[in-house]
Design a binder for this molecule. Structure first.
Ligand SMILES: NC(=O)c1ccc[n+]([C@@H]2O[C@H](COP(=O)([O-])OP(=O)(O)OC[C@H]3O[C@@H](n4cnc5c(N)ncnc54)[C@H](O)[C@@H]3O)[C@@H](O)[C@H]2O)c1
Length: 269
């Protein structure tokens, strides 16, 4: 297993990634930088110190890197984030990755409208608005683009205590298909990644919450599912997801659009 990828020559194109301060977003942003993209990271102000660290890594590859504040729940902030990206780095946005997302763990009978609304605003509305603002810029530029979103294994199979999360990820799959159909005429391909159990702060949170609900020790909920479900025998690393994104936006993926592709070590089987 290798997560190292070579630092390639500059493509003179920009990749915009939301929620790239940590976890999967960080791995995607740094991988795309090594692939040759200059990178703009959109995250919330609370993540700024982590984002600064990601920017340093990207710059160490000889790439340009900026951060723009955007809470993906706020469409105006997203629109400004894309505008600021293009103002600062030039009108050459080619990749947009709507990665920001949250998971909240609760039995459905305990879910409040506020709880559900927050998850929908981040995971679904945030993704749809990110895709649309990015596509508008790509259409204006006139040389196509690649749009990728965060789906999940839960885009195909939901789980107890993760009902609203699964519903948002099912919807991501639907929106990915619709956007791919509408934007193919502009040379824009739209896909999504569908990870399983990735070793990020998000799964640490899921583990703690499941441990509480199931009355087991912290760490055991994750360990049990990795052992039981993942056929390839190890937890997924964020870089496993970044490899798929790198492929999807490359010319190697030129015939793939409208897909939510499972990358889950066989957990969905
Ligand atoms: N970790 C997994 O096992 C897993 C599996 C399938 C899908 N996913 C999806 O992949 C994506 C990334 O997951 P992760 O595990 O890296 O998560 P994470 O919690 O480790 O990181 C999420 C990032 O998003 C940012 N963020 C949170 N709310 C935001 C908002 N309102 N606006 C802008 N940024 C915001 C955070 O600051 C952070 O940088 C999510 O969409 C998630 O649903 C994760």
């Amino acid at each position: 297993m290798s997560f190292a990828s070579p630092v390639k020559a500059s493509l003179k194109r920009i990749a915009f990634v939301t929620g790239a301060g940590q976890g999967i977003g960080r791995a995607i942003a740094t991988r795309l930088a090594r692939d040759g993209y200059d990178v703009s990271i959109a995250d919330i102000p609370a993540a700024q110190s982590k984002v600064d660290d990601v920017l340093s890594e990207i710059k160490s590859y000889g790439r340009e890197a900026i951060s723009v504040h955007a809470d993906v729940r706020e469409p105006k902030q997203l629109e400004s984030a894309i505008a600021e990206t293009v103002d600062k780095l030039g009108p050459r946005l080619f990749v947009s990755v709507a990665n920001a997302g949250v998971t909240q763990v609760k039995p459905l009978l305990e879910c409040t409208p506020e709880f559900i609304g927050n998850e929908v605003r981040i995971n679904l509305l945030g993704l749809m608005n990110t895709h649309i603002f990015a596509a508008k810029q790509m259409v204006k530029q006139g040389f196509g683009g690649r749009i990728v979103g965060a789906g999940s294994i839960a885009s195909y199979r939901t789980a107890e205590n993760l009902g609203p999360y699964g519903a948002t990820k099912f919807a991501v799959r639907g929106f990915t298909e619709a956007a791919a159909k509408e934007w193919a005429q502009y040379g824009i391909r739209v896909n999504a990644y569908g990870p399983g159990i990735v070793d990020t702060p998000m799964w640490d949170h899921i583990d703690r919450e499941l441990a509480r609900i199931e009355g087991i020790s912290v760490g055991d909920a994750k360990a049990l599912r990795v052992k039981r479900d993942i056929k390839l025998g190890r937890i997924q690393q964020p870089e496993d997801v970044a490899k798929l994104v790198s492929f999807l936006v490359s010319d190697e993926g030129e015939y793939i659009t409208g897909q939510t592709i499972k990358t889950c070590g066989g957990a969905s089987l």
